[in-house]
Design a binder for this molecule. Structure first.
Ligand SMILES: Nc1ncnc2c1ncn2[C@@H]1O[C@H](COP(=O)(O)OP(=O)(O)OP(=O)(O)O)[C@@H](O)[C@H]1O
Ligand SMILES: [Mg+2]
Length: 251
């Protein structure tokens, strides 16, 4: 059974950076394992961090299937949707990627959402790891498109506001029906002394702080040049910090 790992937090805190570097570490440390990455953030950018091209998001293709004229004559709608979903998988040597896209327009999406749930359930069985980059609202998790999370990392930047937002994400996690295993807090973009200053706020979240990721000039310059984070050197501060966190979390 695939291990399901999710990464959540408010916008811009460093979720995608963490997700990409976690995948980098897992790929290097678990040779032969297979990985499915899911970008469930409407503001999708995981593909860039991983250096992969995306042609269509699931949201776009579900929109297309709403038009009855798009369905080939004689083909049942569920077969058509399933076929389209299969086409949306970006495959690469080390990692496959699904991009949810969004936000979805008005109208009831119950039907495609049900198909998407089943599709993801079957698809994830083919992998050793499913890693989901999600947003603070946990929409796909609360709607149960992603039915189970084994390890959840809640990301915050080094600000009191960020930590308070992480607490709200944790409150949300505690309130949803989806089974969630271990939940950890990761503080990113830290500088000397920033963790000490945030201690009280961190204690209030009720979350276990599993580690921090220092502000890393190599991450910033990689982003500035539009290069994949995947290609960061092993001696980068962020790469080393993520490795330590993943080992500690026993992912
Ligand atoms: N450890 C770090 N050191 C330096 N810069 C960082 C670090 N982590 C993230 N950043 C920078 O912070 C910005 C936001 O990071 P990232 O895209 O990973 O956040 P996100 O939470 O996925 O954002 P979004 O909500 O927009 O998807 C980027 O410009 C990234 O380069
Ligand atoms: Mg992101």
């Amino acid at each position: 059974m695939a291990k399901h790992i999710a990464v959540a937090g408010k916008g811009g805190v460093g979720k995608t950076t963490f997700t990409a570097l976690m995948l980098k570490h897992l790929i290097e440390s678990k040779p032969g394992a297979s990985f499915l990455a899911v970008d469930a953030d409407p503001n999708a950018n995981l593909n860039e961090a991983l250096g992969l091209d995306v042609s269509i998001t699931i949201s776009d293709l579900l929109e297309e299937t709403k038009d009855p004229k798009a369905i080939p004559a004689g083909m049942p709608k569920d077969v058509f949707v399933e076929y389209k979903l299969q086409q949306s998988l970006v495959e690469s040597k080390q990692i496959d990627l699904l991009v949810m896209g969004g936000p979805q327009g008005a109208g009831c999406y119950c039907y495609p959402n049900d198909l998407l749930r089943k599709h993801l359930e079957h698809l994830s069985e083919n992998y050793d790891y499913m890693v989901v980059d999600t947003e603070a609202g946990l929409e796909h998790i609360s709607r149960r498109t992603i039915p189970r999370i084994d390890v959840m990392f809640v990301i915050s930047d080094s600000s009191a506001r960020g930590i308070r937002s992480a607490k709200r994400v944790n409150d949300l996690i505690q309130g949803i029906k989806t089974p969630v295993g271990a939940v950890y807090l990761v503080v990113t973009k830290t500088t000397e002394g920033s963790l000490e200053g945030l201690q009280e706020e961190i204690a209030r979240t009720g979350l276990e702080l599993i580690g921090d990721i220092p502000l890393d000039p190599q991450v910033a310059s990689q982003d500035l040049q539009g290069k994949a984070l995947f290609d960061l050197p092993d001696d980068s501060l962020a790469v080393q910090a993520v490795e330590k966190i993943i080992k500690k979390a026993k992912v």
